[in-house]
Design a binder for this molecule. Structure first.
Ligand SMILES: Cc1cc2nc3c(=O)[nH]c(=O)nc-3n(C[C@H](O)[C@H](O)[C@H](O)COP(=O)(O)OP(=O)(O)OC[C@H]3O[C@@H](n4cnc5c(N)ncnc54)[C@H](O)[C@@H]3O)c2cc1C
Length: 255
């Protein structure tokens, strides 16, 4: 699907930049965004922009703060739900072909259960169900990273004692999801009042900005991606959306 979408984007002549960071927004009077400065490695380029969509998952609030430093409000997307998972190899067990791509949920002693998924390549993917709540706070803080390491080791020991067969861990993983307080996603145009409008001399709080935000899909962002993307495109193009998206607006999220 990713490859298909990328081809569709490139077909009409659009350029996709990878490992690129939008570092600055330029504005002109009466307009919240007129161009963006994009950094790729040590190269910076300015690209004209009449509508800007912020869709950077849990990084969206940070990006919005960096691009609009005097914004009055933060985007209400958080990164406080996480999940641990790991890949196991069981050298003494051969997974029968008819068991592959099937999963089983085992009840464990702790507060969660374990989901084991037998993969095509003979490895077993193990994850906690429901996902462990993981307050990342500042992800860069060492204390939290050590805690994630401890939690992963505890999970590994739990799986090994539950299955009581020799195993090797191939991969350990901890990740987090963009969530909102209501657990509904945001598909919204940003009201001008959310951004710093004073330097533009605009004091009309009702005005909609040229900035949009899409995110906060929690654990369903892949399943909801095509529908959300279509609704977002309709909103950005000023078309009637296929469904009523009032409940996904920033105003509803901050009500
Ligand atoms: C373990 C796990 C399992 C999951 N399983 C499922 C599932 O089975 N089904 C499902 O529907 N969903 C699932 N999800 C949830 C899904 O992955 C998310 O909901 C989805 O990825 C959110 O999409 P997003 O585009 O909003 O954010 P992201 O996927 O986080 O994308 C944000 C992007 O912004 C980029 N970015 C960050 N900063 C900048 C910057 N300054 N400039 C430019 N780009 C930037 C990041 O590199 C990233 O590529 C799962 C999530 C996890 C963690």
């Amino acid at each position: 699907m990713g490859r298909f979408l990328l081809d569709e984007i490139k077909a009409p002549g659009a350029r996709a930049l990878f490992a690129a960071e939008t570092v600055k927004v330029k504005r002109r009077p009466g307009c919240d965004v007129s161009s963006v400065v994009i950094r790729t490695g040590c190269r910076e380029e300015e690209v004209a922009c009449d509508r800007l969509l912020i869709a950077a998952g849990p990084w969206s609030p940070g990006i919005s703060r960096a691009l609009f430093p005097t914004a009055r409000r933060d985007l209400p997307i958080h990164a406080d739900t996480g999940s641990y998972s790991m890949l196991f190899r069981f050298p003494q067990i051969t997974i029968k072909p008819d068991c592959r791509n099937k999963s089983v949920v085992l009840r464990s002693e702790g507060q969660h259960s374990l989901q084991l998924m037998m993969r095509d390549d003979g490895l077993v993917h193990a994850a906690t169900v429901p996902p462990v709540t993981l307050d990342l706070g500042s992800a860069a803080a060492n204390g939290r990273i050590e805690r994630i390491g401890d939690d992963l080791r505890a999970l590994e020991a739990e799986i090994q004692s539950l299955l009581s067969v020799p195993s090797e861990v191939v991969l350990r993983r901890a990740c987090f999801s963009p969530v909102t307080e209501s657990r509904l996603p945001i598909i919204s145009q940003v009201p001008s009042a959310w951004l710093d409008s004073e330097c533009n001399g605009i004091h009309d709080d009702e005005r909609r900005s040229e900035v949009f935000v899409l995110g906060g899909h929690g654990y369903w962002g892949i399943a909801a991606s095509l529908g959300s993307g279509k609704l977002m495109a309709q909103l950005m193009l000023g078309e009637k959306t296929d469904v009523d998206i009032t409940q996904f607006s920033l105003e509803s999220h901050s009500a």
